[in-house]
Unconditional design. Structure first.
Length: 113
């Protein structure tokens, strides 16, 4: 165990709180998508569906942020892609899944190579 745990804990907190902005952008994108779907389909508001949208959007956004960081993209581009991924929700996760399936050469659920 290191002697100085204070700086390590501070560093971890700084990293975690930095991700909050990206998650908020992703959730905001998911909220916009939810509102648009409600208007277009003329369906009533559902808090359960909205919370589900937030969960999927936040997950999609944070996965996108991690990929952007690994690729060395700027904070601005990373933030924009997090918001877009949040708006796309499950579709962005599906596209990432397909990309990585193709990249490692495994067959997708529809049997394609």
């Amino acid at each position: 165990m290191p002697q100085e745990t204070g700086p390590i804990i501070k560093h971890l907190l700084d990293l975690g709180l930095g991700y909050v902005w990206f998650v908020l952008l992703a959730v905001w994108g998911g909220t916009v998508n939810y509102i648009n779907r409600r208007k277009n389909d003329k369906l009533p508001f559902s808090i359960v569906e909205l919370v589900g949208e937030w969960a999927v959007s936040g997950f999609a956004g944070i996965i996108t942020v991690l990929i952007c960081q690994e690729l060395g993209m700027s904070v601005t581009i990373t933030a924009a892609t997090a918001g877009i991924a949040g708006h796309m929700g499950g579709r962005s996760i599906f596209l990432l899944e397909r990309y990585f399936q193709h990249r490692i050469g495994i067959k997708g659920s529809n049997g394609d190579k």
